[in-house]
Design a protein around this ligand. Structure first.
Ligand code: HEC
Length: 147
């Protein structure tokens, strides 16, 4: 009976799985391609970065985000909202201004596709463009970003 139920549910569950992006399959390769050179293993941890922000910026180094956990820090962790705000194309921000990491997503169509992939990962409901730290617990709860 359980098997039968599982079979009946399959067509409902499959499209949902196909649509959801994951860190390991989708975001990690994209991050390696577009973000790693400035946010990789040689970049400072966030707490060091904020102590000497200007010097690191001059050296083209942002805070380190080289693992699932350290990336989540900027998605749903202590700096929740930061990644979404920096990557948004401006469509959902009040002033229509894109975030300053948006251009690093690539050129032309590739940039749009990569933004879509990040949006699918975070989830449409969780793609809330606000400054880091301004998200309510309810809003943070809408962020998906699976491993
Ligand atoms: C050419 C270097 C460079 C590339 C490539 C780059 N970044 Fe950045 N990033 C920086 C620097 C420098 C900062 C710090 C200055 C600032 O806050 O704007 C930063 C800041 C950030 C922040 C804000 C962190 C905070 O303080 O809360 C996020 C989020 C971010 N980047 C995400 C990304 C993502 C995702 C990518 C890839 C799509 C990316 N960046 C590509 C250099 C880069």
């Amino acid at each position: 009976m359980r098997k039968l139920l599982a079979l009946m549910l399959l067509p409902v569950v499959l499209p949902a799985i196909a649509e959801e992006a994951s860190y390991s399959k989708d975001i990690r390769p994209l991050w390696e391609d577009r973000c790693e050179r400035c946010h990789g293993a040689s970049a400072p941890a966030y707490e060091d970065f904020i102590k000497d922000r200007k010097a690191y910026e001059l050296d083209d180094k942002g805070p380190r985000m080289d693992s699932y956990e350290s990336l989540l820090f900027f998605v749903s962790g202590p700096q929740a909202g930061s990644l979404v705000r920096r990557l948004d194309d401006g469509a959902r921000s009040p002033g229509g201004q894109p975030g300053n990491m948006y251009r690093h997503l690539g050129r032309g169509e590739q940039r749009k596709e990569n933004l879509k992939l990040f949006t699918r990962w975070v989830g449409d409901e969780g793609w809330i463009v606000k400054n880091a730290g301004e998200l309510s617990p309810d809003e943070i709860g809408r962020i998906r970003a699976p491993k």
